[in-house]
Design a protein around this ligand. Structure first.
Ligand code: 5GP
Length: 184
């Protein structure tokens, strides 16, 4: 199964994804490629950091399940190759979620939102995004919410990390059971 964790920047998707994979050995977290430069203090494994030429070459070779340009940088999910008993977790944006839905029609699409704008702003500022980038991303979040509604994503609010992780685990559990249920 493919599980997409989408949502605006600064809602805590990375932390949630980390907890989900730590708690569930069946989940395999995909590592995206990005042409963005690494933020100060950012984990070197956060992305496969590449230049445009490397990204373009991989894309031409059909190496991405989906890709998106975001604020001038390219991001792409490499085509996953995992055992059938593993579920793939993608931490991507809503645009990518739409592309995944087009190719994997039973993907579980989740949209995680911040409790409010101030919390989102503080989180973006806290990780070192420049002020103009913070405001652009807050504005962007409005469009992402509308797109997520149109895509029929399941909406969750990250106001309590343990709770939202538990909710997502429950949704994954239900989706797994539905996928193995015998046809009537
Ligand atoms: P950031 O630069 O803040 O790490 O990520 C910018 C946005 O790109 C975030 O919403 C993040 O979830 C999204 N993103 C990260 N990797 C991918 C990817 O592989 N595909 C798509 N479509 N979006 C991604």
């Amino acid at each position: 199964m493919v599980i997409v964790l989408a949502g605006p920047g600064g809602v805590g998707k990375g932390t949630i994804a980390g907890q989900l994979v730590a708690l569930d050995p069946r989940l395999w977290l995909s590592r995206s490629w990005s042409t963005r430069t690494r933020r100060p203090g950012e984990n070197p494994d956060a992305y496969v950091f590449v230049d445009r030429a490397q990204f373009d070459e991989h894309e031409r070779a059909g190496g991405f399940l989906e890709r998106n340009e975001f604020h001038g940088n390219l991001y792409g999910t490499p085509r996953p190759s995992v055992d059938a008993d593993r579920d793939v977790l993608l931490e991507i944006d809503v645009n990518g979620a739409r592309q995944v839905r087009e190719q994997v029609n039973d993907a579980l699409l989740l949209f995680v939102d911040a409790p409010d704008r101030e919390v989102q702003r503080r989180r973006l500022q806290g990780r070192g995004d420049p002020p103009e980038r913070v405001e652009a991303r807050i504005a962007e979040a409005e469009r992402e919410r509308r797109d997520a509604v149109a895509l029929d994503c399941v909406f969750l609010v990250n106001d309590d990390l343990d709770r939202v992780v538990a909710e997502i685990r429950q949704l994954i559990d239900v989706a797994r059971k539905a996928r193995v249920a015998p046809p009537r």
